[in-house]
Ligand binder design. Sequence first.
Ligand code: FMN
Length: 262
Amino acid sequence: MMKKVMSLLMAAVLVFALAACGQTQQTKPTDSSVTDTQPGSTSGSEETPAQSEPETTESSESPETTASSEASETTASSETPETTESSEALETTASVETTDTVGKTLIVYFSWSTSGNTEKMATYIQEQTGGDLLELEPLNPYPTDYEECGEVAQVERDENARPKIANLPESIAEYDTVFVGYPIWWHTAPMIIGTFLESYDLTGVEIYPFAQSASMDTEQFDNSMEFVREYASGANVHDGLFVSASDTEGMQAYLEANGFAQ
Ligand SMILES: Cc1cc2nc3c(=O)[nH]c(=O)nc-3n(C[C@H](O)[C@H](O)[C@H](O)COP(=O)(O)O)c2cc1C
């Protein structure tokens, strides 16, 4: 009997023990289910930094940051064209400004002698029109000696050369009116005038040539006008002004006749 009681007691202890084990095993999945709530942290070693370092979140954001910096790069690179677009927009604005400043005038001239006769004319025209003044400087300066300069200029004319200009503007698109001044050289315009004219698309540009010379031979001036008309591609070349450099009345009359009176 005692044995039976003992056996029952033992059995009861076993049942309790097993019941207790069963409960412990059930908590484990709960724990692991907690672990499992951290996706992306499949392995514990990866979880740790992910959990313990918010920076990791940030560092996991790093790629995002990278991504976002990529995005911003992309944005930047996509901005590049935008930048281009915006610079285009600026250009457009610039050209709009150009349109706004219809009547913007450039007075460009070449003058060689120490008297600066063409320069005097250019200055007068600039004063009367309020335009911008530009003196063309040859990249290879002409000899200061008259005879030597004459020889160089003659060769250039004979070869229809295009001597380089040291200060050639990249663009003159902002100007819709261009006065082009020069002394007569070898019965026509100096070849540097051809260089200037051929450097741009002058379509639609209003060109007003002006010149003077030692002889004031109108036939030579006519030759120079022919030269300007030939090389000012697309421009509207008006009849030019051919008066001596001191003839401000003649200059004024020409300006008024062409609508530049102030
Ligand atoms: C190389 C050269 C060629 C010239 N050829 C002529 C010419 O064919 N006909 C003329 O009347 N004067 C000619 N001249 C004189 C200039 O046209 C004149 O001196 C002019 O006033 C110079 O203008 P600038 O002071 O703007 O240089 C020539 C002068 C030079 C230096």
